[in-house]
Design a protein around this ligand. Sequence first.
Ligand code: APR
Length: 229
Amino acid sequence: MSKIVILTGAGISAESGLGTFRDEGGLWAQHRIEDVATPEGFARNPNLVVDFYNARRAQAAEASPNAAHDALARLERHHKGEVLIVTQNVDDLHEKAGSQNVVHMHGALNSALCARCENRWPAPLRMAPGDACPSCAAPSARPDIVWFGEIPYQMERIEAALSRANIFAAVGTSGNVYPAAGFVQLARMTGARTVELNLEPSVTVSDFEETHFGKASETVPKWVDNLLR
Ligand code: APR
């Protein structure tokens, strides 16, 4: 049966009320990446960074999945072959919608990481710099987010899935950030059918054989209905 890998980005969570990064007024228009999404920024001003993720964690905790998340969960339930979601998002809306096979390659708001012993535990709603690690007790808790300059998580698992994929879809991502933006090339090389579902053409739109433009809450359910037909 066909194996499907779906890369999602901030655009799939936009209709759930969570801001994207590079749209008009997006997160990177409100905050400097180097201040809130780099290890150097965290070292320079841990309070600013922890507060940035506390605000996003609180917002994500209140957010509900939209029809696009629901459709991908339905696809996983009913598709005979394997369905893997590789998300760049740090919210848990795929899980709230019922998806189980999800890889958070940029980390997750609901996870905390010890900068000293690499232990992970469920993040409290509000983290504070110097929170103690429950395992090694060092005051070295940090948001379990992959910052610019750090290595995304589970890349071997992702590359293995891409090498076996029959269908690769990208939903709600602008194609600006690697390695995620390069996944479509890997998928094409191994013969997968490539589909972009986005509000507007991404930077990498020419790498996709098939495109569906519009809001994810409309394009993704339609696309899933056709796959399950
Ligand atoms: N439906 C579908 N697509 C949408 C919608 C929507 N309702 N709203 C916005 N989009 C699209 C935009 O057109 C854009 O192409 O979602 C994309 C969002 O792009 P970005 O804001 O760049 O977000 P993303 O691609 O996920 O960023 C990747 O960059 O800063 C890092 O770690 C961060 O994971 C993030 C990564």
